[in-house]
Design a protein around this ligand. Structure first.
Ligand code: AMP
Ligand code: ZN
Ligand code: ZN
Length: 310
């Protein structure tokens, strides 16, 4: 029997994606065009690149940040914004090696200059069996603090006015729900598409804020862009609340398409504006490293001290 192929709603090519929100069937070319346009619209809507002359692009080698740099590369060229790639080797065996390799590949394909930073040069080893006991934090929390610190430090050193990360819509919904569940509502103020926190805290932008991870995966596959497929083995292992919330978010979006997008759209417009933070958060300077800190010593230096036994 002859297989009937579905055609793209916008041209006559074979359709490879059904865009449910607009009831459109899209071919490869029109899907790629759609995703780029969505990301570019978000960048403009939230004025992410306003006053940015040089942008630091954090690439983990995963599908999201690879798709992000591929799109940003074009946008930055058009706007005459200088780009610098950053990949952080978190020291988790073969997994981190593959991440660095893939990030390096995409930087080289796009001809974007880059820096590689390693947790090991900061005295951080998140695979240590005694990590949780010493720091009172799970590895993912130490990793997150260290990554954010290094990104900010590199951005300052390199004179970048913004840092782009590849957080997608599912990540955002997961973090928002997790922090609602724990009552940590102030955090939602920082879970915006663009965050300008204060002096020496470089602006953070999340151009994939409204993009489902399924779409970044399709994008990198269609364009055959290098990327790692697996998740960090340390995160995978833990049977924690975060993983369960993520499964729930995924399932909700799959069973009720558009529901997570509707939630994420309300974070900047309806939810975050309702949250009052008691007394403005004041950043001082960490007396050890000189980077911004809420206390005398920043969380990163505290962790380093605990790990070095000082
Ligand atoms: P994750 O927290 O792993 O979901 O990553 C969210 C975003 O943070 C990624 O899309 C990247 O932009 C950035 N990121 C995470 N891990 C790294 C890394 N090892 N090196 C550079 N950027 C990273
Ligand atoms: Zn088409
Ligand atoms: Zn410090």
């Amino acid at each position: 029997m002859k297989k009937v192929r579905t055609r793209c709603t916008l041209c006559n090519e074979e359709a490879i994606y059904y865009l449910r929100s607009r009831k459109l069937r899209l071919c490869k070319r029109h899907f790629i065009e759609y995703l780029k346009t969505e990301v570019i619209n978000t960048i403009y809507k939230f004025e992410m690149l306003k006053n940015v002359k040089k942008l630091l692009i954090a690439v983990s080698g995963g599908k999201d940040s690879v798709a992000m740099i591929h799109i940003l590369h074009q946008v930055c060229k058009d706007l005459n914004i200088e780009m610098l790639g950053l990949v952080i080797d978190t020291g988790v065996g073969e997994y981190s090696k593959r991440q660095v390799e893939k990030a390096r590949e995409i930087f080289e394909i796009l001809n974007v200059p880059y820096r590689i930073e390693r947790f090991s040069s900061y005295g951080i080893d998140i695979t240590r069996p005694d990590l949780e006991k010493l720091t009172k934090r799970p590895p993912c929390s130490v990793c997150g603090i260290a990554k954010r610190y290094i990104m900010n430090k590199v951005a300052l050193e390199e004179n970048c006015q913004a840092i782009a990360t590849g957080h997608n819509m599912i990540d955002i919904a997961q973090y928002a729900l997790a922090n609602i569940l724990t009552g940590n509502l102030e955090y939602l103020k920082k879970l915006l598409p663009k965050v300008d926190e204060g002096p020496r805290m470089v602006r953070r932008i999340r151009p994939l804020y409204f993009i489902d991870e399924k779409e970044t995966k399709l994008y990198v596959d269609l364009l055959d862009l290098p990327h790692v497929e697996d998740r960090c083995p340390l995160a995978e292992k833990v049977e924690n609340v975060q993983n369960t919330i993520r499964m729930f978010v995924r399932e909700l979006e799959d069973r009720h398409p558009g529901s997570i997008r509707a939630f994420v759209e309300k974070i900047p417009t309806r939810i975050a504006p309702l949250i009052r933070v008691e007394g403005e958060e004041k950043y001082g300077i960490c007396k050890i490293c000189g980077m911004p800190s809420k206390g005398e010593i920043c969380s990163f230096c505290k962790i380093r001290m605990l790990l070095s036994g000082k």
